[in-house]
Design a protein around this ligand. Structure first.
Ligand code: ZN
Length: 313
């Protein structure tokens, strides 16, 4: 079955300014490199379109969405904090990034593709329902999860977040929801400060959050242990109807922000383990959305290794 790919050059129009690590070249370099592969023409192009406000409002407060739109329209250089640099096109680009995830999910549910990857920016997993944070404006993966439940009637969604940072926004979106399992592997202690192992969900959502905090310097040995002792058993117990990946490449050994030691090849291994879970429980249905990743060469090679695993599933 086919693998979908979502990218559009309009995603480069979100200008974060000189010297910012979350820069357009992350995407343009990866996209150019992907096109050099013999398998690139086999990918099913699933172009992003702007997410509707209704889709965004499933995860974000209407007053926050309007605040973001108005601040950016007024020419703000930052949204909510100096952490989130914005430019004139940032609101439209953020809608496009969220729409990429939605379109890939629709393509999987329509049977056009089995799985897919969205090469998008801005990233999403730090965005709270009422606040921009950590380079993120809208929480792309949370919006995709809510779309799958609202528009496709799916019961249980699993989100695996292997970005080197904890996805505070995603956890907060679903920590009281027993039907969305959020699993994160991340450097800890580290930005944004959340993601302790003791954070397991609240009330009816208790047990639907699995945090695997790892010390700086962790590599394949520690990640593989977390997958096989905690993450895969948890997913098998949850039996997801759909798997979403918050796919950061900033746990790569060359990343300038993260301090982890993962190789490009290891991102392929993690992808393959998740595909095995997806085939056991949900007919291989899996959509992966780019989060962080700030070394340009690692962005190229990890995107290619990740997509190569998806297409061979
Ligand atoms: Zn990150």
């Amino acid at each position: 079955m086919a693998t979908g790919y979502s990218y559009h050059p309009d995603l480069l129009a979100h200008d974060t300014g000189t010297g910012h690590p979350e820069r357009p070249a992350r995407l343009s370099a990866a996209h150019e490199f992907l096109q050099t592969h013999t398998w690139y023409p086999e990918l099913v192009q699933v172009p992003p379109t702007a997410a509707s406000l209704a889709a965004i409002e499933r995860n974000h407060k209407a007053r926050y969405i309007e605040h973001a739109r108005a601040q950016i329209a007024a020419g703000a250089n930052y949204l909510d904090s100096r952490d989130v640099a914005v430019s004139a096109q940032s609101f439209e680009v953020a809608l496009l990034a969220a729409g990429a995830g939605i379109n890939l999910c629709d393509a999987v549910m329509d049977g056009r593709i089995e799985n897919g990857f969205a090469l998008i920016r801005p990233p999403g997993h730090h965005a709270e329902n009422d606040q921009a944070l950590g380079f993120c404006i809208f929480n792309n993966v949370a919006i995709a999860a809510r779309h799958l439940r609202a528009e496709h009637g799916l019961g249980r969604i699993a989100i695996l977040d292997w970005d080197v940072h904890h996805g505070n926004g995603t956890q907060h979106s679903f920590e009281t929801d027993p039907d969305v399992l959020y699993i994160s592997l991340h450097q800890f202690p580290f930005y944004p400060g959340t993601g302790a192992a003791s954070e397991i969900g609240i009330g009816p959502g208790a047990g639907s959050i699995l945090n695997c905090p790892l010390p700086a310097g962790s590599g394949a040995v520690q990640y593989e242990l977390a997958f096989h002792q905690q993450i895969i058993p948890k997913l098998d117990e949850f039996r997801p109807d759909f798997i979403l990946i918050s796919c950061g490449f900033d746990a790569h050994e060359n990343d300038p922000l993260g301090s982890m030691e993962l190789s490009t090849e290891f991102f392929g291994s993690m992808t393959e383990w998740m595909l095995e879970v997806a085939h056991r429980h949900c007919a291989g249905r899996l959509v992966s959305l780019l989060e962080g990743g700030y070394d340009i060469d690692a962005m190229r090679t990890c995107s290619a290794r990740h997509l190569d695993a998806l297409r061979r599933a």
